[in-house]
Design a protein around this ligand. Structure first.
Ligand code: NAD
Length: 470
């Protein structure tokens, strides 16, 4: 065992030691730290602690819960650099740019916004016949299950609104990136009574212990569509509420009137932020034939200026892929596309180890039906497809089981918005891709999920309605 730090489970306000497993830095293969592997009994203890804390927390005033959200934001800011360094080492993302410091800053911003949200009582009728009011009440214990791509921000997206609404929480981070979340939960104890926020960790066997647990009222899950289906199935027996934020295969459509030079940078970062390991990244780009070559050239120019490297090195703009499975998937999809006649404009072959480094890859002459187009690549390889007829492009963009985000790129905003309304996606951006805000609901349609996060509508997902009727 190396001298790297060992992290604990967080149950009822206390660190709980258990068996450990090494977590590796995807840039070097070095041990970042040792993550706890919870036993089934420890998962039960975490749920029991959350259940015991629930009545007290649900009874606190709205103002006290808002203050707790603001205090969580303060604590994240006070530990921002420590969290960013740990996140960069275990996830691989660079410290700067849209990397680890940006993610930790986002986590604080989302927590602070939750402190401003209200759940007002609504009066439906108030006259001599009846007095009817609608109240938002918490649900009980919420289980949060998170992925490895934006582990700290997504943890906050789950945990803070749940707590703001009066629930208590057990969070289970991805086995690929558990350390930052365990440290975050430890830090957040300073703003919360014991048992309100608990963390367990371990392999993929831990998730089902939560999703089938009779004392859990709701699951908020962010991860792949395949796992989302399993989660929903296991929630059925106990009729748990679910919010599912699942996979995406976002299409972008570039109209003939767009200026390639003006949009190249925005398109590039829409696709390559976090090395493409983002649910709502641009994953298929449909470009009108009339500007296809000019846009490919402009994207290659942007790509050539981007430096790949260890997240802790100042010059790195993008880091490695987070894990071997993801790396192998990108290699397979790009190799297949090349074999099927696509043109690699830049990138296209993994960098020699150590580390899961794969360069920014632009793939021209890609076609629907290729794995790189039809599957969620979740990596730094963007297929660029040609179209001549706009209705055809819209039909191809919609011909996916996913429907998380989409974008339309044009000099004419009104036309772009009208096309956006025809796209089957939870969010359609115009001349940008992937922008999210704490006050604006975000979620997928079709196989990209159920429910939304953020804003008042996101907060309401952690509540149930009670009507008082005289
Ligand atoms: P994943 O589905 O493999 O894992 C997600 C989480 O589920 C992990 O914590 C994992 O341990 C857990 N898990 C695995 N099996 C389980 C089971 N049977 N029951 C309960 N939990 C189980 O996803 P991933 O590879 O970590 O993340 C990448 C995926 O997440 C991509 O598809 C991406 O698009 C999606 N994602 C979606 C959003 C969104 O907001 N829609 C955001 C980020 C990521």
């Amino acid at each position: 065992m190396s001298s790297a730090t060992s992290y604990n489970l967080l149950i009822d306000g206390r660190g709980v030691a258990t068996a450990h497993v090494a977590v590796l830095d995807p840039a070097t293969g070095a041990v970042v730290g040792h993550a706890p592997v919870a036993t089934a009994a420890q998962v039960d203890a975490a749920v029991a602690a959350a259940k015991a804390a629930y009545p007290g927390w649900a009874a606190t005033s709205d103002d006290a819960r808002k203050a707790a959200c603001a205090a969580m934001a303060d604590l994240i800011e006070a530990h921002a650099e420590e969290l960013a360094q740990l996140l960069s080492r275990e996830q691989g993302k660079p410290l700067g740019g849209f990397g680890a410091r940006y993610e930790v800053g986002g986590a604080a911003a989302w927590a602070r916004h939750a402190a401003t949200l209200d759940l007002p009582v609504e009066t439906i009728q108030d006259d001599a016949d009846a007095h009817i009011t609608l109240h938002r009440k918490p649900l009980g214990v919420v289980a949060s299950i998170t992925p490895w791509n934006w582990p700290l921000m997504i943890a906050i997206w789950h945990v803070v609104p749940a707590i703001r609404a009066g629930n208590t929480v057990v969070i289970k981070p991805s086995p690929f990136t558990p350390l930052g979340t365990l440290r975050l939960v430890e830090i957040l104890q300073g703003a919360l009574p014991p048992g309100v926020l608990n963390a367990v960790a371990g392999g993929d066997a831990i998730g089902p212990l939560l999703t089938g647990h009779p004392d859990i009222a709701k699951i908020v899950f962010t991860g792949s569509t395949a796992t989302g289906r399993t989660v929903m199935g296991s929630a059925a027996a106990t009729l748990k509420r679910v919010t599912l934020e699942l996979g995406g295969n976002d299409a972008g459509i570039v109209l003939p009137d767009a200026d390639p030079q003006a949009i190249a940078e925005g398109l590039f970062w829409g696709a390559f932020m976090n090395s493409g390991q983002t649910c709502a990244a641009l994953k298929r780009l449909y470009v009108h034939d009339s500007l296809y070559d000019a846009l490919c050239d402009a994207l290659v120019t942007v790509a050539r200026g981007v430096k790949l490297g260890n997240g802790l090195d100042d010059y790195s703009v993008l880091g490695p892929l987070q894990n071997r499975m993801q790396f192998d998937k990108v290699v397979r999809l790009v190799d297949q596309a090349r074999a099927d006649g696509a043109r690699i404009l830049t990138g296209g072959a993994p960098t020699r180890g150590p580390g899961y480094f794969y360069p920014v890859t632009l793939v021209a002459d890609a076609r629907d039906g290729m794995g790189l187009v039809d599957e969620e690549q979740f990596g730094p390889a963007l297929p660029i497809l040609r179209y001549t007829d706009l209705d055809d492009a819209i039909a191809r963009a919609n011909a996916s089981e996913n429907g998380l985000g989409a974008s339309v790129w044009s000099a004419d905003t009104a036309t772009a918005r009208a096309i956006g309304a025809r796209l089957e996606a939870g969010t359609v951006w115009i001349n940008r891709h992937g922008a999210i805000r704490p006050d604006t609901p975000f979620g997928g349609v079709k196989a990209s999920g159920i429910g939304v996060e953020f804003g008042r509508q996101g907060l309401e997902e952690y509540t149930t309605i009670q009507v008082l009727h005289r």
